[in-house]
Write a protein that binds this ligand. Structure first.
Ligand SMILES: C[S@@+](CC[C@H](N)C(=O)[O-])C[C@H]1O[C@@H](n2cnc3c(N)ncnc32)[C@H](O)[C@@H]1O
Length: 283
């Protein structure tokens, strides 16, 4: 437990309140929390209640519902309930595919990539490193990355670009040298991404469920990895429909290893392992 979270009496989460939480987060963020997640919800929201000095879940949920999702506490509620597990070069087979795609498309510059569940930043920085290495001789690759997530706390961490050294322990030493700076003194045990990588990325909050995405462009590639697993089938289907509209005709969609969507065959065709391109009829 973080030292900043005040201790307080443990508060029980009734089944009825758990059901309310499930319904609220599903409506707002599309996250379908299974019935087995009660302990997780209890522990995460208890922390939030302690920070607020409150001891009643029902009153907290009443207030959230009464004041509507525009009020700031809703963001804290959402931040508490998201699962943000990620890693540098997770599902590593995607990155050589991306590098090749970018090189082939170099004539279409500038290129834009959307990383739509960016979490703490390891994924968009992996994309940026891949792009820099793909255009090795250029000072600045012709690629910009939009990194979004519903969770504002993880985006703040992502913007910092600072990670414990353990997070990069398995990366290739050459890649580490090219893209990371080692912390010294008070920052010993930490690494920081080189500023050129940060300069390629715009971090912004975006809920994939919000009715309008404030996006100006279609993308050369979209990374939508390990987020659809939290959504139910109708939400996944709607999201895929919207992602298809955001992809350039010859763009690529990268998804997580357990996110195959055979039901969206009219939209996407398989290009490689968990990499899709628009089906001809959808271009
Ligand atoms: C398990 S992480 C995956 C991170 C990264 N894409 C990866 O594959 O390593 C899932 C992320 O999806 C985000 N998320 C969940 N629901 C979302 C929504 N409705 N809109 C945008 N992001 C969402 C969470 O905040 C979390 O950071």
């Amino acid at each position: 437990m973080s030292p900043h979270v005040p201790q307080g009496p443990a508060v029980g989460l009734s089944q009825a309140d758990f059901e309310r939480v499930r319904s609220m987060i599903h409506r707002h963020a599309g996250i379908a929390l299974g019935p087995s997640k009660k302990t997780m919800v209890h522990s995460r929201l208890s922390r939030r209640l302690r920070v607020l000095g409150r001891s009643d879940f029902a009153g907290y949920l009443d207030e959230l519902e009464r004041r509507g999702s525009e009020q700031p506490e809703w963001q804290e509620f959402v931040n508490a309930l998201t699962t943000n597990l990620t890693a540098f070069f997770r599902e590593a087979h995607h990155f050589p595919v991306l590098a090749q795609h970018l090189r082939q498309r170099a004539a279409h510059t500038p290129m834009q990539i959307w990383c739509c569940a960016a979490s703490t930043g390891e994924e968009p920085y992996s994309i940026a490193m891949t792009a820099r290495d793909a255009f090795g001789s250029q000072a600045m690759p012709p690629v910009s990355i939009l990194a979004t997530d519903i969770d504002t706390a993880v985006l703040e961490q992502a913007r910092q670009g600072v990670y414990p050294i353990d997070a990069v322990a398995k990366l290739d030493p050459g890649l580490l040298r090219r893209h990371f700076l080692r912390g010294r003194g008070a920052r010993d045990g930490l690494v920081r991404l080189r500023p050129e990588l940060g300069a390629m990325i715009t971090f912004r909050q975006l809920n994939l469920l919000q009715p309008r995405w404030p996006l100006q462009t279609r993308f050369d590639a979209i990374f939508c990895r390990n987020v659809m697993i939290y959504f139910d089938k109708p939400t996944q289907a709607q999201l895929l429909q919207r992602l298809a509209q955001r992809l350039k005709p010859d763009g690529l969609l990268f998804v997580g290893h357990s996110e195959n969507f055979t039901r969206a065959r009219e939209l996407f065709e398989l290009q490689g392992k968990t990499v899709y391109r628009l089906a001809r009829a959808a271009r």
